[in-house]
Design a protein around this ligand. Structure first.
Ligand SMILES: Nc1ncnc2c1ncn2[C@@H]1O[C@H](COP(=O)(O)OP(=O)(O)OP(=O)(O)O)[C@@H](O)[C@H]1O
Ligand SMILES: [Mg+2]
Length: 212
């Protein structure tokens, strides 16, 4: 078996990389896929989330966790885990171009969370260039979109500059995402029929379509 590798990358800190990886790991698992997650961020936030899950063994786990920080290990880990899993998700650190490049190079798809602010959109450019150079397709996901989103004209123009890669699915600015993660859960385990759950499942389905 050779599974698909999805790197979640974005140089800008706090864009939602870890939130997206953890939630995708759970929804892919719920959809019957075998999932491995790799945390190459020295902050190790994803690993902390995963350890909380492990501590409650018996509940649905989120696949295998392999933490690796050094570049050469990342590449080997990705290959090894893709042999035995349908999906390998890589959470990458902010402000670390060489680490991000390794994750992107190993990926079939790069998912780039972006918050709807001009500065966040500008900060996305280096990540997009990296993916372009490595010839890996990109899916940009607007994250923390405010309720009843009233994006300004300027913001709509900025977002449109990303249009060719923009996902149809968006994630709202919802406390549920943060609250679930803080307890080692995902929103689909807390409020399976809530809006946040619908959004993350829609994103998973869109990613699946891109991977085929
Ligand atoms: N859709 C969302 N709704 C509400 N809060 C969110 C959402 N996405 C992320 N957050 C919150 O924003 C903060 C940053 O998210 P997260 O840690 O996932 O970003 P990151 O890109 O992994 O950050 P870093 O670059 O530091 O690794 C966290 O407090 C998280 O709970
Ligand atoms: Mg993170």
């Amino acid at each position: 078996m050779s599974g698909k590798v999805v790197a979640v990358a974005q140089q800008k800190g706090g864009a939602g990389k870890t939130t997206v990886v953890a939630h995708l790991a759970v929804v892919f698992t719920e959809a019957g896929k075998s999932v491995a997650v790799i945390d190459i961020d020295p902050q190790q936030s994803l690993s902390q989330w995963y350890r909380m899950r492990e501590a409650r063994r018996g509940e649905t786990g989120a696949g295998v966790l392999a933490s690796s920080i050094e570049g050469w290990r990342t590449r080997n880990e990705v290959r090894r885990l893709a042999e035995s899993h349908d999906i390998v998700l890589v959470d990458s650190p902010p402000h670390a171009e060489s680490e991000a490049r390794i994750a992107i190079r190993a990926a079939d798809l790069v998912v780039v969370p972006v918050q709807p602010s001009p500065m966040d959109v500008w900060a996305t450019k280096p990540t997009l260039q990296l993916a372009e150079r490595e010839k890996v397709p990109v899916l940009i996901v607007l994250n923390r979109v405010p309720p009843r989103a009233k994006l300004t004209e300027a913001m709509i123009a900025e977002v449109q500059s990303l249009e060719e890669h923009l996902a149809d699915s968006r994630l709202g600015n919802r406390v549920a995402f943060a609250a679930a993660l803080a307890e080692g859960h995902a929103v689909t385990e807390r409020e399976p029929s809530g809006r946040a759950s619908e959004e993350i499942r829609a994103l998973m389905q869109e990613i699946q379509r891109r991977l085929h």
